[in-house]
Ligand binder design. Structure first.
Ligand SMILES: [Zn+2]
Ligand SMILES: [Zn+2]
Length: 290
């Protein structure tokens, strides 16, 4: 069993390589410069990202992780160099573990409606085992806010956009006018409800910053779902985060202990314009316990 793979050429020197189909599909982008080529995100691990990229370009390859989640780091081990923001190192380690990957992949089949018997089949167990036991390699290089990666006549700039994870980055590609957003901005909503997500207030700062930096750019290329999105989607996400943060003032009224605990456990969904943000009431402000 293998995930379906598709490749689309976005322009002369840029491709999207997609692993899987539908809502859960993972986009990996190949950006070719004169001297080297960058792959932004390496999928869940089934797609031969390096092999595919090498069939499209002969430049020396490097990888950039938009963040450390398992559906973005799968083929990191095939690269000599992988750039990632250091704030996601703990997430990366957790999401590289056999147990975590196995539990996630099994849960994924369950949520797709597969029965216990079907999941126990040799075909599915082989797939889960293979993607749970991907090798690890110490090939990561720190990618910090504002850092540039020169591909030769094509410079990529990292913008640290904590929110979805604390080490999430968006990559600006001035030559192409594109912003690669990972899971910091997707068509069908973003998740700030993980234990390793940053508070909504921090995500709001990230969107304010991104809105400023991406002003002259033409399109957004997320890690999942529809591509490309107009750049003004950033404004919707910024405004949605603003509404959550300002609405949160009312929630700050003193409450009984039970009520407080309930509020902390409550997951929220907020929508504004085209933006959908899932967040937790105990992860609203910077001072909140995380
Ligand atoms: Zn993610
Ligand atoms: Zn993802």
């Amino acid at each position: 069993m293998h995930d379906e793979v598709s490749v689309e050429r976005l322009n002369e020197h840029t491709w999207v390589m997609t692993e899987g189909t539908g809502r859960g599909a993972r986009h990996c982008y190949l950006l070719e410069g004169k001297e080297q080529a960058a792959v932004i995100d390496t999928g869940l691990g089934d797609m031969d990202v390096v092999g595919l990229a090498a069939s499209l370009t002969d430049r020396r390859l490097l990888a950039v992780n938009s963040h450390g989640h398992l559906d973005h780091i799968g083929r990191n081990h095939d690269f000599e160099r992988v750039y990632m923001h250091p704030a996601d190192e703990a997430v990366f380690q957790e999401h590289s573990s056999y147990e975590m990957r196995r539990a996630y992949l099994t849960g994924r089949f369950r949520s797709k409606g597969f029965s216990q018997e079907q999941i126990a089949s040799e075909e599915i167990q082989d797939y889960i085992e293979r993607l749970s036991s991907l090798p690890r390699r110490e090939n990561r290089l720190a990618l910090r806010d504002g850092q540039q990666i020169d591909l030769g006549g094509r410079k990529l700039k990292a913008i640290h956009t904590p929110g979805h994870t604390r080490g999430s980055v968006c990559i600006l590609d001035e030559n192409y006018g594109a912003v690669f957003t990972g899971d910091s901005l997707c068509e069908q909503g973003i998740l700030l409800n993980f234990t390793h997500s940053a508070p909504v207030e921090v995500y709001l700062d990230s969107m304010r910053r991104l809105e400023k930096e991406a002003g002259g750019f033409s399109a957004l290329y997320p890690g999942h779902q529809k591509i490309a999105l107009p750049v003004d989607w950033i404004r919707d996400y910024r405004m949605c985060a603003e509404a959550i943060v300002s609405g949160g003032e009312e929630d700050a009224e003193p409450k009984g202990q039970k009520e407080q605990q309930k509020a902390q456990e409550t997951e929220q969904v907020s929508c504004l314009g085209r933006a959908v943000i899932r967040w937790r009431s105990d992860q609203l402000r910077q001072s909140s316990p995380c």
